[in-house]
Design a protein around this ligand. Structure first.
Ligand code: GLY
Length: 387
């Protein structure tokens, strides 16, 4: 448990962790043969039986590492072998995406860090190492050396050229490269990750600390072509999950490299995020979305909370409470208003949204649960740093 929590906060963390363990005990058994993305009528959906797809859907969907990641976090929490067994099922299913290849985008970090690499780091499974290094090579292969960025997506069916597109989310994928460099003692992977992070720092983060979602660079000469609103409300707005990826992603790059500018950038994004947290502690899909309809995204709250707690661990005592208190506000709002602990629902965190302009809003999404659990484990001090 983080020693700086008050007695009341300590009791709340303990109580929430107990509820997580109780829920994951039966949900893991019920969904053990699935790779869930969301729920329908409270029941986990399953991506694992679907075909891989060259556009990154079905079995190749970018979120397919989170269920395994939840299982490994529960393994870390309880030491129970059943969680390792369930997690490894995802790892094996993801092999078919590796074979298919065409469905894999930059999200290989999201897919293989919480599954294969976690397996290797927690249990020494050599298959996990092999899969992780394979994924790291795919990610490094997406690097554009002139523009110094990692290309986000593959060519879409509509013929629109996205060769020069990079997105803020990729900051969560590059820890795969930091790990690969440590593992192979070859600095190339880390060099690629740092060059990408530098480009993001220079081009994505605005003077007020908010972040663009998508930037397009000229793939031949690296010049900036355009910015796009992406999954947020519009160009120039601030998609909250993207702010979360930036905040958490930069502190992770600091942890892996010690480069002070990354921590400073994480803090700058954090200050912007903190100053926009509504009184309720519940996070909208975009900090600049219209008041009506006010769509929420609980995943942004959970991801930002993870990053804020990490920042709190890496700053002095004087600053620490700024970040920790903001994380507590976000997580308390989720536990009090958005967590479903019942047996009627396979998911925990409710009111998540994938993108502002999607038809569907405010449903459960697997990475809402994943990052909520990770954040609570960070507060407890028993977390496995997955990224
Ligand atoms: N990485 C895609 C998303 O955050 O929706």
């Amino acid at each position: 448990m983080l020693s700086i929590l008050s007695e009341k906060e300590y009791a709340w963390v303990q109580d929430t962790m107990d509820k997580i363990k109780e829920k994951m005990d039966w949900v893991s058994e019920k969904s053990k043969d699935k790779i869930p993305y969301t729920t329908v009528n409270g029941v986990h959906t399953d991506e694992s039986k679907k075909e891989t797809s060259s556009t990154g859907e079905g079995a190749s969907w970018w979120t397919n590492g989170f269920w395994g990641g939840m299982m490994w976090q529960m393994y870390q929490e309880t030491g129970e072998e059943k969680y390792a067994e369930i997690a490894r099922k995802s790892e094996v299913i993801l092999d078919k995406c590796m074979e298919e290849y065409y469905g894999l985008h930059h999200d290989v970090g999201f897919m293989w860090l919480p599954t294969a690499v976690a397996d290797y780091r927690l249990t020494g499974n050599p298959d996990g190492k092999r899969r992780g290094l394979h994924a790291a090579n795919l990610l490094a292969g997406r690097f554009n050396p002139v523009g110094r960025f990692i290309r986000a997506w593959n060519q879409w069916g509509d013929g629109k050229d996205n060769t020069g597109w990079a997105i803020i989310d990729c900051l969560m994928n590059i820890p795969l490269l930091y790990w690969a460099s440590r593992e192979t003692k070859d600095p190339r992977f880390k060099q690629v990750a740092m060059l990408h992070a530098d480009t993001v720092m220079e081009n994505f983060i605005r003077p007020d600390g908010s972040s663009n979602h998508i930037m397009e660079f000229d793939p031949e000469n690296g010049g900036v072509v355009a910015a796009y609103g992406g999954q947020g409300y519009e160009l120039g707005s601030s998609w909250t999950r993207g702010q979360g990826w930036a905040l958490y992603g930069f502190v992770l790059s600091y942890i892996h490299t010690g480069k002070q500018e990354y921590l400073d950038t994480a803090k700058r994004v954090a200050h912007y995020f903190i100053s926009n947290i509504p009184e309720s502690g519940l996070i909208p899909v975009d900090f600049r979305e219209p008041k009506e309809p006010l769509w929420e995204d609980s995943t942004a709250a959970a991801i930002a909370a993870c990053g804020l707690i990490e920042i709190a661990k890496h700053v002095g005592e004087y600053e620490r409470d700024i970040y920790l208190n903001a994380a507590l506000k976000l997580l308390k709002a989720l536990t009090e208003k958005r967590c479903d602990w019942s047996r009627e629902n396979d998911s925990i965190v409710q009111k998540c949204t994938a993108a502002y302009h999607d038809e569907k809003h405010e449903f459960s999404i697997i990475y809402g649960d994943y990052f909520f659990i990770e954040a609570m484990q960070k507060l407890q001090g028993n977390e496995f740093l997955m990224w």
